[in-house]
Design a protein around this ligand. Structure first.
Ligand code: NA7
Length: 547
């Protein structure tokens, strides 16, 4: 399966790719087939799949409609793979990524079960020295870090954790062997995307489910259903047009986004429009399909949450529980959807614990003590999320020019150009690094890998050894990204989007919130100027090198 290096010395390759998810697999394909480079790829998982390799928890599925949650680089692939549901389960997405790895012969490039420990730029050789946890050393001219937006797990330590006599699992490190939860007393900590899917799936089978909620979430139904064959047919007929429209939208979710402001219509019209998208299901759809200003206008945001709040109160029979489930903050986190989530609280076997009022004091031998009450449990599930965006990158020691480490450079905040590069780290590329557009993932991964491929091709064609963004380009991109984020309501709410979920992490903007279409235009501008204005070749302004 892998080409594990057996020689003790340094192995020279053209490029190293880190990650075997959507982004990594396509990176290997593009570097090898579009640029003709030799590629050594790594993943710390046992196989391809990225986030879908790890997130095997009960109920795990994509909450993006699958017609936009897939690759587009090969129309034949798009047409031949048959998805079964509007929002596919983890098993189906993992099978798809396995199919892609086989179809394009990508697995052979990977060395699995391997953690990259350090990436050090050798300024003399103008190459990256890559060290693995197996003690191997590789030397590569180009690096592509496709390490995942939501991959480094957040595992809070609760007092007494070691005393607990039952099983503890993190949602994103779920075992490969079946975990039997039937008839068990299960506790779930966390009510983000993972937690709500777990609640919905586990509540009917557990003897008792106790949900430890710190912050309530605005959740709308997903409305799972088979894929509309008419939709797929229409995409097939207009494949390029559909893909173009997907990329030239705000969120790249593949549905028609509204261009109407909620503020421009009366209250009844607003209400009716939100009810309609609520009925059709989908989190991003709810936020972007009815109106274009839910994420930016307090009026629109309030109208959106009034409708969700009404539905929570109608669904949950116990009014005290219902009130606990209605959030008090703005609707400005990653929008969530899940079928059957609020209904789970009507089961006599589900208990909701508000850990803001009665904090988790400790894990005991028998369960969890929150406030004065001990909840007896057989299994505890930590659905506590991720050190998002920069977490996985910063877990690898990385050193660019002049001994500058990424750990130092990003200490106060992440600095990056277009989510794909960072100044002083030549020939180092990231897929969905910091300051990427806040969108559906697979389409932006492909677009970024194509951009990276063009940048590498330009470097090679120029006869230069290295390319990197200038400090000025990076500062400008940071400023632009910050201004797009400041125009939204997202900075006003704590979540992984702004780093607030991880103690000690800088609470800053980590995204370009200007939309996918604007992002595409920025990539085009760099291509049109042949990576001239905002880049350094061999450490010099590109215009000077080209002259
Ligand atoms: P999220 O969305 O970050 O949710 C994590 C949840 O865990 C959230 O409800 C947190 O409460 C809760 N949490 C975290 N730490 C604690 C502690 N110490 N005590 C109690 N509760 C805690 O992660 P997910 O895995 O659900 O989803 C992440 C993304 O993956 C998702 O948005 C999709 O894009 C895919 P809090 O809200 O911080 O009060």
């Amino acid at each position: 399966m892998s080409n594990v290096a057996t020689r003790p010395d340094v192995i020279e390759v053209d490029s190293v790719v880190i990650g075997g998810g959507f982004a990594g697999l396509y990176s290997v394909h593009a570097l090898r087939d579009n640029l003709g480079l030799t590629v050594q790829a790594f993943d710390n998982a046992g196989d391809v799949g990225g986030t879908w390799y790890w997130n095997r928890y009960p109920g795990a599925r994509s909450d993006t409609e699958v017609n936009a949650y897939c690759y587009f680089f090969d129309k034949e692939l798009y047409n031949e793979w048959k998805w079964s549901e509007r929002y596919p389960r983890q098993t189906e997405i993992l099978a798809y990524l396995g199919h892609v790895a086989d179809r394009y012969d990508l697995r052979n490039h990977y060395q699995f079960n391997t953690q990259i420990e350090s990436l050090v730029f050798d300024e003399k050789a103008e190459r990256w020295r890559v060290t693995t946890d197996k003690g191997q050393q590789f030397s590569a001219r180009f690096l592509v870090e496709a390490v995942g937006l939501l991959s480094a797990t957040n595992v809070p330590e609760f007092p007494g954790q070691e005393k607990f006599g039952g099983e503890i699992y993190h949602s994103a490190r779920w075992p490969h062997e079946p975990v039997d939860l039937v008839g068990k007393r299960v506790g779930i900590i966390g009510t983000g995307s993972s937690g709500i899917q777990l609640v919905s799936e586990i509540s009917p089978i557990a003897e008792h489910l106790t949900v430890f909620q710190r912050t309530a979430q605005w959740v709308v139904p997903s409305r799972h259903r088979p894929i509309d064959p008419g939709l797929l047919e229409s995409i097939r007929e207009n494949y390029d047009g559909y893909h173009h429209d997907l990329l030239y939208s705000t969120t790249a979710f593949g549905f028609t986004e509204s261009n109407v402001s909620a503020e421009s219509v009366d209250e009844a019209t607003r209400h009716e429009a939100f009810e309609k998208v609520y009925d059709d299901g989908g989190g991003f759809q709810y936020m972007f399909k009815a109106f274009n200003d839910v994420g930016t206008s307090l009026v629109a945001n309030k109208a959106a949450t009034d409708v969700i709040g009404k539905h929570i109160r109608e669904t949950v029979r116990d009014p005290i529980v219902a009130e606990l489930l209605v959030p008090t903050d703005l609707y400005a986190k990653r929008p969530l959807c899940c079928d059957g989530y609020f209904e789970a609280y009507n089961l006599p076997t589900t208990t909701l614990v508000d850990v803001k009022k009665t904090p988790i004091v400790e894990f005991t031998e028998k369960g969890i003590r929150a406030g004065d009450t001990e909840y007896e449990l057989d299994v505890i599930v930590l659905a506590t999320g991720f050190d998002a965006v920069s977490g996985n990158q910063l877990r690898i020691f990385q050193q660019g020019r002049n001994g500058l480490t990424l750990q130092d450079k990003w200490r106060d905040r992440t600095h990056a150009y277009m989510g794909t590069m960072t100044a002083d780290f030549p020939n180092m590329y990231m897929v969905y690094g910091p300051m990427s557009p806040f969108t559906n993932q697979p389409p932006v991964h492909e677009a970024q890998v194509n951009f990276i491929t063009d940048a590498i091709r330009h470097t090679i064609d120029s006869g230069a050894a290295t390319l990197e963004p200038s400090q000025k380009a990076e500062e400008d991109w940071m400023e632009l990204s910050d201004s797009t984020a400041a125009a939204t309501l997202f900075p006003k709410v704590n979540s992984w989007i702004n780093g607030a979920n991880i103690p000690g992490k800088p609470v800053r903007n980590y995204f370009f919130m200007g939309g996918m279409a604007a992002y595409m235009d920025h990539m085009k501008a760099d291509r049109d100027t042949e990576f001239g204005e905002r880049f350094l070749l061999d450490g010099q302004p590109a215009e000077r090198v080209n002259a």
